[in-house]
Design a protein around this ligand. Sequence first.
Ligand SMILES: [Zn+2]
Length: 294
Amino acid sequence: MYEVNEICKNGSPLPLTTDGHLRIVFIGTGSAFAKRRRQSNMLVIQGDHHVLIDCGTQGPLALNDVGLSVLKVRCYHPTHSHADHIGGLEEVALMNRYTPNAEKPDMIILRDYQDLLWSKSLAGGCESCEANQGRPLQLNDFFNILRPQNIEIDGRKFWSYKHGPIELVIMRTRHFPDTAISVDESQWCSGVFINRRAWISGDTMFDEDYPIRFSKMAEVMFHDTQLFFGGVHASYQELNTLPDDVKSKMYLYHYGDNWDKPETWAKGATDFTGEPAKDGFLGWTEQNVAYDFK
Ligand SMILES: [Zn+2]
């Protein structure tokens, strides 16, 4: 069973611990360029362990919204190299290396993605921060690297990392370029299945096989969406074609700033209203509430 609870009552900071149960907080639920609900980054907390899945350009601000900072969050898991997912990691790296008494945070990342994240994105602002060291800095100068292992679920290959009681099952997704017809033709991008209870699609085009398959195992699913057809995300109208029993477990996130004005994007549609609860979904994913799994 999961329940939705209020956090940060009376302005108190979000605790990075729980009484032992799994808690998921979306510190942002918006699209890459959203201004109203920040970007789709989420904190996973259980017992005395936590992971921030993605830290976009607005990630440090979103942490500040809940009384936290990149110095407080000790473990990061980036899913792919778009700036709404990794644009805040330079701040994470530099703040934790150059703030007195700060310690190196952890990063859960596959070998396949580590070199790409560093060489194409983070190295530009990080590798030459210290002169006269004899070599450029590397990702592991800024983060303790935690490496997921190969696993199989129902005969299919995934990766898994157990961070204390939190298990992240990591799966490749087909996100970009929009011409990719398989994950093998796509740039690195991944989704996560947390403790085999909550499935988060990550950024992805519409691949109905994933939500249909994981709906059999997950208690609740969070799927990224966009409010128009085409491009590199699953559109609302495509997700609306999923079977009712899949939609009835699914919240939608990564939505544009006009999500609550369906007259601007769902007008003229004959098979959906633009209000997810009316269209058979659980609803929009809410920012800065706790999804608590008891
Ligand atoms: Zn993306």
